[in-house]
Design a protein around this ligand. Structure first.
Ligand code: ASP
Ligand code: MG
Length: 402
């Protein structure tokens, strides 16, 4: 069997953790399996590198920032290779350009395009464990790129797809995917399995266990994905196609506090306005989520939407600079908001799910500012201060606890 194992920053944070990972991987190797290990940077290294960059230059060139950030993962893989050396297990570390993991050129948010598997295959065939840097790639200029924060998961899934691996195991400091963040809801339940679609919604809506693009890719290529703990041997959560629901209806509640609301007020009530606003943001790589347009009054209407809080400043600058294009009379924003969502394939065929969520929020006296739905999720925008309480109340209402 060929197995890709990915370990996050906390799993390789220090010498002991590195040896622990190496021993676990060696066990797999000794069973006769081929093992590819994907690593993140140690602990909070990436945050530290970002802070260093901003000390020098508050607005660093994106190419140079990526050049800096990729060093974090190189530290992890080379130290891990040394740990295997100590254990007497043959292993080799490779970075993205040695493998040739080709990406688009967008520094800081590059997308993987193609992975050469030849070098990896050769190393595996020579019975070596191959340790690969997560998060990074190389673009058509042969420059280093990064895939966006948390991108190592995506590296692992992409490698699993390219190598037709039998499994892709994502090791973290939690035991799997829960019905809610256990730090907010202590009696949250670990899910045995969850479908790709549900996981995608969970990941996009604030459950931080997996990078959402990694789930997208796993679905696309049918990668056998398991989320499990690097600290113990507990059974993890399997992410797969059309997973059978353990308790139907709802599989999780997620909160996303990296959210801000923007309102573009008094735009002309005529064709093309929404296009102009969202095209402006899209061209600048700003993702928008919940969008609400008011019913037009006379010749004017309002459009509100949410963006990641980290994109708020840039979005506001763009909108203010282009007020003549969008015809807005006023642009306002609000930072102290959060998205709370319920996700579940079960809601497809069950009426009353939204009502039940809203009832729970009402009983907790939480005011809803915006609402958005998809086939398998309902999201509300509320005050950030209410978010944890809302998650607990909704989790209770749907009886998700252990
Ligand atoms: N080291 C990168 C980050 O902190 C990538 C990752 O951990 O997945 O975002
Ligand atoms: Mg992560």
């Amino acid at each position: 069997m060929l197995i890709v194992k990915k370990f996050g920053g906390s799993s390789v944070a220090d010498k002991d953790r590195i040896f622990h990972v190496a021993e676990r991987c060696a066990e797999e190797y000794e069973k006769g399996n081929q093992v590819v290990v994907v690593l993140s940077a140690m602990g909070k290294t990436t945050d530290g590198l970002l802070a260093k960059a901003h000390e020098i230059d508050p607005n660093p060139p994106k190419r140079e920032l990526d050049m800096l950030l990729v060093t974090g993962e190189q530290v992890s893989v080379s130290l891990m290779a040394m740990a295997f050396h100590v254990l007497g297990v043959p292993a080799v570390s490779l970075n993205a350009s040695q493998v040739a993991m080709r990406t688009t050129s967008a520094y800081g948010s590059a997308k993987l395009k193609r992975i050469d598997t030849e070098r990896i295959r050769n190393e595996l065939d020579s019975r070596r464990i191959v340790i690969i840097t997560g998060f990074q790639g190389v673009n058509k200029y042969d420059d280093m790129t990064t895939l966006g924060r948390g991108g190592s998961d995506t590296t692992a899934v992409a490698l699993a797809a390219a190598l037709h691996a039998d499994a892709c195991e994502i090791y973290t400091d939690v035991e799997g995917v829960y019905t809610a963040d256990p730090r907010i809801v202590p009696n949250a339940r670990k899910l045995k399995e969850v479908s790709y679609d549900e996981m995608l919604e969970l990941a996009s809506l604030g459950a931080k266990v997996l990078h959402n693009r990694s789930v997208e890719m796993a679905k696309k290529y049918g990668v056998n994905l398991v989320v499990l703990s690097s600290l113990n041997r507990a059974e993890g959560t399997v992410v797969k196609e059309g997973a059978k629901m353990e308790r139907m209806l709802i599989s999780g509640v997620a909160a996303d506090k990296n959210t801000a609301r923007i309102s573009v007020i008094g735009v002309k009530n005529e064709p093309g306005i929404a296009f102009k606003i969202f095209n402006l943001l899209a061209r600048n790589h700003i993702n928008v989520d919940i969008i609400i347009q008011s019913v037009g009054r006379e010749d004017r209407k309002d459009i509100s939407f949410t963006v990641a809080r980290t994109d708020l400043q840039e979005a506001m600058t763009l909108l203010n600079e282009n007020q003549s294009v969008t015809t807005a009379r006023e642009i306002t924003c609000e930072e102290g908001v959060a998205k709370v969502s319920i996700i579940g394939a079960g809601m497809l065929s069950n009426p009353g799910v939204a009502a039940k969520m809203f009832e729970a929020l009402y009983s907790a006296n939480v005011n809803i500012k915006m609402i958005a739905t998809s086939e398998i999720r309902i999201t509300v925008l509320i005050d950030e201060a209410d978010a944890n309480r809302a998650v607990r109340t909704v989790h209770d209402a749907f009886d998700l606890a252990d």
